[in-house]
Design a protein around this ligand. Structure first.
Ligand code: NAI
Length: 798
């Protein structure tokens, strides 16, 4: 027998990791855990307990407390009490604690890794070499942000008390992704781990005690969805950060609507894995292993849809099957195991059902010849071919070791198939042609694009979704914004939105004023670059400050909104035009407004009780604002993140898409232009509902747009009753984002109705923004809300 043959025939002996230290730790608590509130372990009297079990054996590990609404209340109160003290520590003080947490995670890394594998079922190789090192890295990175907070985020403050709810697939890593940025930004937190995997969060609570973290800065409440819900609806929580299913994300979006709570959601995915025919197929095979068999496929950004170019698809399938045959499923604590246990019997059942459905719908299933261990929750790696793009298994997040493979012919078809999903978390592209890869990456609707790699993460890079994969970013500078708010903003508790009031509430239509008939001047809607009559042909009167009729505007309805959204989609090539070109058009609009400024001054005076001087000031500020956003158009650059791998990570801001914008009545010209110009500068197309009281200032602008080379459909204006139009705009599935500036209680409807397609919202919470102030009317916040960051990982080296 030669050496090669010996290698081929070598058997793997068992190589189990010791659980002794972990067991000792559990025994110190008698395997019964209370809640970690205000720096102390608390065992609520008569508490409901639940069991957490080892999914590889089905055996119970420990009893954990189901926190009640009262317990959540106590935890939030502790976080609130701790907030001023945590603030008083200053940047460096907080940095020291984050640094101490990082060190402590490293010192206890083996304990964390073993408990994670016991509780979750993931292979020790992964918890030891991926999860826990990334946790430490996250705290180190954010110790840095804590140190730099005041210098890097001037004019911003922490949001306050943050409620954080995390899933079971990366229990400690998700905790780190939540707690590290929240603390670095100066917030205090209440975190709820997932009910299947609460244990490493409890070890973490202990290290908070060990480093002497001030009481109440971190509170850990265990429990199921009921505990999560209590946290979400708690009135004294200022922000909710959630990772989990899109279904629960939607519930949370609805539950927090109108509360003024800041929200970030990291939800599900069905991420495409594109293989072009010039890809290095052996690397691709290892990529697929990392994409879908890492963590048993229970990864939100798992590459669960392989799209292979026709010429290499069969070869790839053969190579994959060969590789799958060699994967090892079994005891997660065995260091030579590739795939561990599925987290819990219900998840295993869900995977089985979806796999059965895949077979029933006609797809071809392939699994290796060996079988999985009988005890415990195990499922073999599974590959589906002959899958129709609309099949359930090609659309639904399976969250298990199951991948589907479909073929494509051209790059354009690949992009179309890749984007044929409601999700948009991640994608990977495999090709040796960098031109092709970098051409495809911006076309994919996903928050992260990995080129010739997959499932790589780092604290310096933002991570988060497009579309129904949620909004907000975690990691890096991008992630820090989620835990900060502008210092000028009134505190949430001080906001009291007025009920929506309509200047037309009493109107049935045009009426006579001072005994003279109305002037027949009706401004139409502006859709697709054309002036169009409203669908139903109704109009609304617009009055001067003296109560005289100034003219009429069209009363748009839901059909008009739909037409406007369609026109905005058709104008999507605006995003591809160069930033220089967009800037030129904004300058041109400013130039043409200048030429007609006297007319606009008169109009402002006519419609509002405004002095000539102030009306002139509004027009002049509007022109300046156009210059401001034109200036930014080619300067809103991304970053190159320093991630510690052989790659460059390009953080590219991309437009949201079709943005709905609802204007306030305050400063109707300046407010209108200040809202749309930043959106346009970075490539969005917009559907605007202008000021209801003074819509003529917006409709007067279309002549300006028409003479400024603005392509039709980039700006669409639908006048009418705000309340009536808003519902359609907020619920519209083809609207990607919605800004609401009116100073009434409409923010609640916007947030509630946005849950359908998880559109990005930015709302006033009833606050009347001062459009004249540069801080409120021209801040970079506008650009941040007008874009979403895509991180493209490009490896280098041979
Ligand atoms: P889930 O979304 O129900 O649970 C995530 C977290 O939310 C847990 O801590 C849970 O206790 C909490 N939660 C549940 N209901 C809540 C409510 N009404 N209000 C507040 N918090 C609530 O996810 P689950 O049930 O664990 O898994 C179901 C499916 O979700 C999986 O099969 C998978 O497809 C997907 N999933 C996706 C994840 C991702 O990272 N994208 C993570 C976990 C699950």
């Amino acid at each position: 027998m030669d050496v090669a043959e010996i290698f081929e025939t070598l058997e793997y002996g068992p190589a189990p990791e010791s659980t002794r230290e972990a067991m000792q730790w559990l025994d110190r608590f008698d395997r019964r855990f209370g809640l970690f509130i205000d720096g102390e372990w608390q065992m609520p009297r008569d508490a409901e307990m639940f069991e957490t079990a080892n999914p590889a054996t089905g055996k119970p590990i420990a009893q954990v407390t189901q926190a009640s609404a009262d317990d959540v209340d106590a935890a939030v109160a502790a976080a609130r009490k701790a907030f001023p003290k945590w603030q008083a520590l200053g940047d460096h003080g907080r940095a020291r604690y984050l640094y101490a947490l990082a060190r402590q995670v490293q010192k206890h890394s083996r304990l964390f890794a073993v408990i994670e594998s016991l509780d979750n079922g993931k292979p020790i190789r992964e918890s030891r070499d991926i999860d826990i090192p990334l946790v430490a890295r996250h705290f180190y990175h954010h110790a840095g942000w804590a140190q730099l907070l005041s210098t890097e985020f001037p004019g911003y403050r922490p949001v306050g008390v943050v409620g954080q709810i995390i899933p079971w697939n990366f229990p400690l890593l998700m905790l780190a992704w939540k707690i590290a940025p929240a603390l670095a930004a100066g917030n205090t937190v209440v975190l709820k781990p997932a009910e299947f995997t609460p244990l490493t969060a409890l070890v973490f609570a202990q290290i908070c005690q060990e480093i002497g973290l001030p009481n109440g800065v971190v509170n850990i409440v265990t429990g199921d969805g009921r505990t999560g819900e209590a946290l979400v609806v708690h009135p004294d929580v200022d922000k909710i950060a959630f990772t989990g299913s899109t279904e629960v994300g939607r519930i949370i979006r609805t539950a927090t609507a109108g509360s003024g709570k800041k929200l970030s959601l990291e939800l599900g995915g069905k991420s495409p894995f594109l293989v072009f025919e010039d890809a290095d197929l052996d690397s691709v095979v290892e990529g697929v292993v990392d994409a879908i068999w890492f963590n048993q496929g229970q990864v939100c950004c798992a590459g669960s849809r392989i799209l292979a170019q026709e010429g290499i698809a069969d070869l790839l399938v053969r190579k994959l099957r060969e590789r799958m045959e060699k994967l090892r499923v079994g005891n997660p604590l065995d260091k030579a195991i590739d795939i561990g246990a599925i987290v819990a019997p219900v998840q295993l059942e869900k995977i089985r059902q979806l796999v059965d459905q895949g077979v029933a719908e006609g797809a071809r299933i392939w699994q290796p010849s060996w079988s999985c261990p009988e005890d415990g929750c195990f499922f073999p790696p599974t590959l589906f071919t002959d899958v129709a793009p609309a099949a359930t298994i090609a659309q639904v997040e399976i969250f298990g070791p199951v991948v589907v493979l479909m073929a494509f012919r051209t790059p354009a078809e690949a992009v179309e198939l890749a984007n044929n999903t409601r999700y948009g978390l991640a994608a990977s592209i495999w090709s040796e042609n960098i031109n092709l890869a970098l051409d495809v990456a911006p076309k994919l609707k996903a928050g992260t694009v990995w080129i010739n790699c997959t499932n790589v993460f780092d604290a310096a890079s933002g991570f988060g979704g497009y579309r129904e994969s949620g909004f907000g970013r975690e990691g890096g500078r991008e992630g820090m914004w989620e835990y900060l708010e502008p210092a000028w903003m009134p505190r949430r508790a001080d906001l009291r939105p007025a009920a929506a009031s309509s200047p037309h509430a009493m109107d049935g239509g045009a009426r006579q004023v001072n005994g003279v008939p109305p002037i027949d001047r009706t401004a139409k809607l502006y859709i697709g670059g054309k002036q169009v009559r409203p669908d139903q042909g109704f109009s609304l009167p617009v009055y001067t400050a003296k109560g005289e009729l100034a003219g009429e505007v069209g009363r748009g309805n839901r059909k008009d909104i739909r037409n406007a959204v369609e026109a905005a989609h058709k104008a999507a090539s605006w995003a591809q035009s160069t930033a220089h070109n967009r800037a030129q058009i904004l300058y041109y609009i400013a130039e043409n407004l200048q030429a007609r400024s006297d007319e606009f001054v008169r109009r402002i005076q006519q419609l509002g009780a405004v002095s000539g001087r102030n009306a002139r000031r509004e027009v002049d500020t509007t022109i300046e604002r156009l210059f401001h956003w034109a200036a930014w158009a080619d300067k809103w650059d991304g970053y190159v993140h320093h991630t510690p791998y052989h790659n460059i990570t390009l953080a590219m801001p991309e437009p949201i898409g079709v943005l709905g914008i609802v204007c306030s009545d305050h400063a109707p010209l300046l407010g209108f232009v200040s809202a749309i110009a930043p959106a346009l500068a970075v490539g969005n197309t917009v559907v605007v509902i202008p000021s209801e009281a003074a819509p003529l200032l917006a409709t007067d602008m279309y002549q300006v747009f028409d003479t400024s080379d603005l392509p039709g459909g980039v700006v669409n204006i639908v006048t009418g009753l705000r309340g009536e139009l808003l519902e359609t705009l907020a619920a519209h599935d083809d609207v990607d984002g919605l800004w609401y500036f009116a100073a009434d209680d409409g923010s609640a409807s916007v947030e509630r109705l946005s849950a359908g397609n998880m559109k990005r919202t930015w709302v006033s919470n009833g606050y009347a923004r001062d459009w004249f102030s540069a801080e409120q009317g021209a801040a970079r916040d506008f650009l941040r809300h007008a874009t979403q960051v895509k991180n493209i990982w490009v490896p280098y080296g041979e």
